[in-house]
Design a protein around this ligand. Structure first.
Ligand SMILES: C[S@@+](CC[C@H](N)C(=O)[O-])C[C@H]1O[C@@H](n2cnc3c(N)ncnc32)[C@H](O)[C@@H]1O
Length: 231
């Protein structure tokens, strides 16, 4: 079993609870509104062609489709893909969901105006290779916009038991950003891929939302960042 197989198995097992948490009825509308504003500011005007890599249960892809973009979402975890497909089918012009590797997304060069990802960078093998491939998929002037945080600066050992069973030392060894000390490490990855105007924005609106509603089990309340760059 490769490290990526173990990552896929973790997220397939995690998909129901992950998705149900994101769909909490008391939270969903305000959550979607806040994230709509984040992505609206980060991306070219709708309708644009957007690829959401590591789309998971499709939350970002759905918000982007709701903004009027033509969205494709890819992931490798079958459990997540099932959830994402169910959500996508529930809306007209919903995202197209496909199985695909974020490191080597299989699309012709220049297919998209933007590539997005949320909470993927920390669990992405070969992030430099991946971002270089995302740049190739962009049309000139296109945007890469990723959201993440420094989730495990002290290592993954103190995370929940089920998590560390999958994210074992073999997996950790292939994830250079999993224990990032600073979001600047993601900035460096985007700059190394040749993107210009690389900008970091702390997502204070999401921080405030997390303060009001609380964070997911086994997570701490912490700042998330949007990192964008242009081709
Ligand atoms: C923390 S979840 C984030 C899901 C979603 N982006 C969100 O914001 O809710 C991380 C996702 O990345 C996916 N993933 C990890 N490595 C991947 C890869 N190489 N290619 C595609 N998806 C990947 C996992 O299967 C999982 O669905």
């Amino acid at each position: 079993m490769t490290a990526q197989d173990r990552i896929n198995a973790y997220w397939t097992g995690r998909a129901p609870s992950y998705d149900e948490y994101q769909q909490r009825p008391d939270h969903l509308a305000v959550d979607q509104q806040a994230w709509s504003e984040v992505w609206k500011d980060a991306l070219p005007p709708a309708p644009s062609d957007v690829l959401d890599v590591g789309t998971g249960s499709g939350q970002v892809a759905m918000v982007l489709a709701g903004l009027g973009h033509r969205v494709t979402g890819i992931d490798l975890a079958e459990g997540m893909l099932d959830r994402a497909r169910q959500h996508a089918a529930s809306m007209p012009n919903g995202p197209v969901i496909r199985r695909g590797d974020a490191v080597h997304p299989d699309f012709p060069s220049g297919s998209f105006d933007a590539v997005t990802s949320r909470y993927l960078m920390w669990t992405l093998r070969e992030p430099e290779v991946a971002v270089a491939n995302w740049v190739r998929l962009l049309r000139p002037g296109g945007t890469i916009a990723v959201v993440d945080s420094t989730w495990f600066p002290d290592g993954l050992e103190n995370a929940s038991e089920n998590f560390t069973e999958h994210y074992d030392p073999q997996v950790q060894a292939v994830l250079p950003l999993a224990t990032a000390q600073s979001i600047d490490q993601t900035v460096t990855v985007l700059e190394t891929a040749g993107l210009t105007q690389v900008t970091v924005t702390p997502l204070t609106s999401i921080y405030e939302l997390d303060r009001r509603f609380g964070v997911a089990p086994n997570h701490e309340h912490q700042m998330q960042f949007l990192v964008t760059g242009q081709r």
